[in-house]
Design a protein around this ligand. Structure first.
Ligand code: NAG
Ligand code: NAG
Ligand code: NAG
Ligand code: NAG
Length: 316
């Protein structure tokens, strides 16, 4: 009898623990935007008003030209480590805060430098810039786990895929290089800022933004599918975006540097102005301020993936 009461007690406390674990909220990673309703930003997109923005936590300033960037790779070179590309999806590259004229800064806060392979290796990309030391501490995966964001980690390992390096090197690189230059991810935009909660917030925002521009589907809607036998023209890719989101993104191609010879489609950068924050606001696609690096004269190859480099178990 006593034994079964003890067993019941253990069972009950196990259940309570299970419920407690389920109900314990993960540490929040939301910025404090309480001051934003009075800033009148709900009526003006970033980069579209010359009025000084007083609370830069409410609208990205000066980096108000927000780029949702994606990669098209046909393999990862890390398949043996379980790093595969998501079928019928481009991979996420990042979310970048360009200035309204298309110029940009990088590695803006070296106290948040967690990039294991900084590129460039100085803040300006020039020898006289401040060196960006390689990070050897906590990984992006560990940061996500610390905040209980296994959901995000799982999604990122499905859709935010690096080539020739571990996925979490790419996530840390994007955060350290770009998020630190986004005013809305400044640590002072958070109440009781916990180290790297802004990183978790940034990764989530980058996913949300890139989901708004599903490149694979946008191109497929115009009959443009990856093919190793049929090539396309740059204007066909541009027109597909114009027809679906109303603006021309930047298309990046790899291949010889010589102008006119880059003909393997590998990147897309969708430029947008945002109403409110990049975390929660609305994105309005605008034409790219950077000319595409793909040749506008020759055929462009949008290659099929290596079948064994791709998996389709992830759902969007
Ligand atoms: C810019 O914003 C201010 C208020 O923040 C508003 O009075 C002004 O009309 C806006 N200008 C434009 C060109 O939208
Ligand atoms: C950056 O990389 C270049 C080229 O590899 C190297 O010459 C230079 O010393 C590096 N600078 C720093 C600050 O690490
Ligand atoms: C192709 O690009 C070149 C260089 O940017 C430009 O001078 C030319 O007008 C473009 N041609 C077309 C057909 O868009
Ligand atoms: C298509 O070509 C690319 C580039 O050469 C290659 O990586 C890929 O494996 C090919 N895919 C198929 C299905 O043949």
């Amino acid at each position: 009898m006593l034994g079964s009461i003890a067993a019941l007690t253990v069972l009950a406390s196990t259940l309570v623990n299970a419920l407690t674990i389920r109900q314990t909220p993960v540490p929040f990673t939301y910025p404090s935007l309480k001051a934003c309703p009075s800033t009148n930003l709900s009526v003006q997109c970033s980069c579209e008003n010359k009025t000084t923005i007083e609370n830069t936590c409410c609208s990205p300033t000066p980096g108000g030209l927000v780029l949702a960037t994606q990669f098209w790779n046909t393999y990862t070179n890390r398949e043996s480590e379980g790093q595969f590309l998501p079928a019928r999806h481009w991979g996420i590259h990042g979310l970048w805060p360009d200035n309204c004229d298309g110029s940009y800064e990088s590695y803006c806060d070296l106290s948040r430098q967690i990039d294991p392979e900084p590129s460039p290796n100085t803040t300006t990309g020039k020898p006289d810039g401040t060196p960006v030391p390689a990070w050897k501490g906590e990984s992006a995966t560990e940061i996500l786990k610390k905040f209980g964001r296994y959901d995000l980690l799982n999604y990122m390992n499905g859709y935010w895929i690096a080539r020739d390096q571990p996925n979490d090197y790419l996530w840390a690189h994007e955060y350290a290089k770009h998020a630190t230059c986004f005013s809305t991810f400044d640590t002072n935009c958070y109440d009781n800022h916990q180290p790297f909660e802004d990183a978790v917030d940034y990764w989530q925002a980058a996913i949300r933004a890139n989901k708004m521009f599903p490149t694979y589907d946008i191109l497929a809607s115009q009959g443009i599918l990856p093919s190793n036998s049929t090539s396309y023209k740059l204007v066909e890719f541009e027109n597909a975006f114009v027809s679906q989101v109303g603006a021309k993104p930047f298309f990046g191609c790899s291949g010889p540097e010589k102008s006119g010879e880059r003909k393997v489609l590998s990147e897309v950068w969708v430029f947008a102005h945002v109403l409110g924050t990049p975390q929660f606001g609305q994105y309005k696609a605008v034409d790219s301020t950077t000319p595409s690096s793909c040749s506008n004269e020759t055929e462009i190859w949008y290659y099929e993936r290596t079948p064994s480099s791709e998996i389709s178990k992830f759902m969007s």
